[in-house]
Design a protein around this ligand. Structure first.
Ligand code: NAI
Length: 335
């Protein structure tokens, strides 16, 4: 039976990398995918006045699986991030971001790191209020940190680790400074860890973790992290293995999954046809796996990795000369 997927082009390079990704998925899947377009992001805001129309949320709730291009978030004002809203409204509490060594030049070898980022609360999703007289503004933040959020995130992370044959988990926290929520997250993580005796677990302060990721990334396997810390450290992980152009991601809830690359809308290269579609394609491979199309997922991932190994077959961000379409054709030839 044909499976359906909701797709959102998003902004900037979104349309270019989504077109390439859909073409590859269509080539790989025998029965094909029924693609259902939904709108979100800055372009959607400019045309409809709403960056995240209710129809988009309804389509995702109905079809359960979605893939999204990056969406622009205006800085210093304007509408609330579509990503934050999607994750909160659909309760996509897990931000799953794997980074593994692809053998690219000037990158780290033997890295196999997966970030499990808390996706719906914490510093990244806090409320900001400006207080104080004009001329002397103060900003107050209200952030939520719950035992339940860390408990269910850690549960997903430990199950993932076991399924992948991974043996070590690290909770990344800042509990020497944020003693209260740091402790809440620590205890919830430890409670889950106690039910997985086959997996070792430890805790790291986020600043030390930043340093360790640069000096000894191969020593870590799965990082369970607060929302804002996870946003930052998952980009560090991406940088170790080839950058934002190659790092995939997924936002997972209990029964809804939304796949997207870690990178943003890249306004500096948008519309030039030179974006690297690898990150979204690898996100799509994760999506096929999630949908039970395991062989198709493996075949697609293998072809992408094989293509990247050829130094004549890379996009500009990886020092190559191919544009998005040429790179996609090279992958299709390698399927
Ligand atoms: P960005 O990830 O868009 O770009 C950072 C740098 O990486 C740029 O030099 C860009 O050209 C390059 N880059 C990113 N993806 C690439 C790709 N696939 N191929 C080749 N080069 C690539 O981050 P930036 O500039 O901080 O953010 C731009 C916009 O994207 C902002 O509005 C931001 O809020 C939004 N954003 C959206 C995300 C999402 O929808 N998931 C995630 C991150 C940022």
């Amino acid at each position: 039976m044909m499976k359906s997927v909701v797709y959102i082009n998003g902004d900037g390079i979104g349309i270019e990398v989504m077109r390439a990704t859909r073409a590859l998925v269509d080539t790989v899947t025998k029965e094909g995918i029924e693609w259902i377009e939904a709108k979100a992001g800055e372009n959607c805001f400019l045309t409809t006045g709403n960056p995240l129309p209710p129809e988009t949320l309804e389509l995702i709730r109905e079809h359960k699986v979605a893939i999204k291009g990056p969406t622009t978030t205006p800085s210093g004002g304007g509408f609330t991030s579509v990503n934050v809203r999607l994750r909160q409204e659909l309760d996509l509490y897990v931000g799953l971001r794997p980074s593994w060594s692809l053998g690219l030049p000037n990158t780290r070898r033997n890295v196999n790191l997966t970030v499990f980022r808390q996706n719906t609360e914490g510093l990244y999703a806090c409320k900001e209020e400006v207080k104080g007289p004009s001329g002397s503004r103060e900003v107050l933040l209200t952030a939520r940190f719950s035992e339940e959020a860390m408990y269910r995130l850690a549960l997903k992370a430990f199950h993932y680790a076991r399924a992948q044959g991974l043996t070590h988990m690290t909770l990344v926290n800042k509990e020497n400074i944020h003693k209260v929520w740091g402790r809440v997250y620590h205890d919830a993580f430890d409670q889950v860890a106690a039910s997985f005796p086959d997996i070792t677990a430890d805790h790291m302060l986020v600043d030390a973790m930043g340093m360790r990721l640069v000096s000894q990334p191969e020593k870590y396997q799965v990082l369970v992290i607060e929302n804002m810390f996870g946003d930052i450290l998952s980009d560090v992980c991406a940088g170790l293995v080839g950058g934002l152009g190659v790092t995939p991601g997924a936002n997972l809830g209990e029964d809804i999954a939304l796949f997207e690359a870690v990178h943003g809308s890249a306004p500096d290269i948008a519309g030039r046809g030179i974006a690297n579609p690898t990150a979204l394609m690898l996100s799509a491979a994760m999506m096929l796996d999630h949908m039970g199309l395991v062989l198709e997922s493996k075949r697609m991932k293998r072809a992408i990795i094989h293509t990247l190994k050829n130094n004549k077959c890379r996009t500009g961000d990886l020092g190559g000369k191919l544009n998005t379409i040429q790179f996609t054709s090279a992958i299709m030839e390698n399927l």
